[in-house]
Unconditional design. Sequence first.
Length: 231
Amino acid sequence: EAAPASSTIGAGYYWRDQPTTMASPSALGGSIVNRAGSPLRRSWSRFVHRWAALVAATPLLITVVTGVAYRWCIDAFGMNSADVKWLKSVHQGSYYSFPGPVAYTGFLFVCAATLIVSALSMTRWWCFSAAANEPRTPQTGRQLHNRVASIAIFLLGITAFTGFAYRWLRNVFGAEKTTVGWLMTVHECSYFTGAALFYTLTLLVLLLILLYTGLRTHPLLRNLITPTHNA
């Protein structure tokens, strides 16, 4: 079978003709791709995702670690909330005089939303399903990153949104805690005893895997983490 025809459209991209079929419907019968053969939309999404990850990695890690530590200190180790209040303050941004909890949670939500939307636009498959030419068991760090992300994206999205909504409704709009308390219940998954411990620990493990595999394969950091050796 003949390969799809292509024509240059400039700026390092070209138009790749694709026949309109039931397996690959396309109203235009083709797609704009870069020189590597990747669709233009996916290239921009990857660019945004990589830079957003660099900006968000440290604050997201600090927020998740302090949130998990606070919940485990209270529920698992029976510590007094007053003794570990500083963890909660760091977690929600009230520990810092600048930018403050409202701006801090807003910043985290924007970062998380950017990462999630850009990741969704690059996703070709969901959860445990793999592409036809890839094994179901991840063979590379990038494959592991993609598989974990397809699960963690929903948990991180729900957690980021409920935390942001709760803090803004309380601090900006003056909502009563009894009115918006359900958002915090969803945020930490504290529906029943032990659920919050399992959920927060799972969230931390997933985030650590995403950060390690994502930063390890990041073009700007790859040589720092895995330097090349000349023969």
